[in-house]
Design a protein around this ligand. Sequence first.
Ligand code: 5HY
Length: 243
Amino acid sequence: MIIKVINPNTTQSMTDKIGATARLVAAAGTEIIAASPRFGPVSIEGHYDEALSVVGVLDEIRSGEAAGVDAYVIACFGDPGLLAARELASGPVIGIAEAAMHAASVLTTGFSVVTTLVRSCIIAEHLTHNYGMAKFCRGIHGTDLAVLDLEESGSDAYQIVLNSCRQALATDRSGAIVMGCAGMSDLCVRLQDELEVPVIDGVTAAIKWAEGMVAIGLKTSKKGDLALPIGKPFSGDLARFGK
Ligand code: 5HY
């Protein structure tokens, strides 16, 4: 099977890291394609960035459909464009936030989210309500790391994230940590060893969820609101998205 993991921001080093993390857990028969849009924000740190990243995500879904991709992972903790992507895709489309939250909800009665900028916390908070996970989420914590600080080798990002996780576990009385940024996907194993609680990375959780859905023959429903988009002309820069 082919799973396309889409980094909605346009930072190649982060796309490479996400792809490497996905390949570490992918089954022998799973080909991972890691991609990011040719256009869009270098990092997603708020509503504006997220809104504009969706066009690129949908462009990657369109090309994936033409290439016979079996499932998609949207590898940004805001899960940008998730439902629109499901309209376009025939196979499952899974966001890393929904995957990580659902995984955490069967491992603990209360989890904490640790993310980057404090201003992004509201995005994760909205998702906990959208996904029915609010009763499991005990707290959402920003570290005030910029997303791309996670790409700086030699930065103190790991220590900052570790300290925030420790504080979250104590303050929230939670039993697990959800990583609130795809750029943290390579920190999970080390954090889990140090914290001695489950630390869930949405990239790996989403890859295994997608694999399982494809393996049992499940696809996105095309009845109702996730049916293919209604064909119509689009004007201007978006003309190629219409028909
Ligand atoms: C992400 N931003 O996973 C989100 C997370 C965040 O560029 N990739 C991004 O920190 O808001």
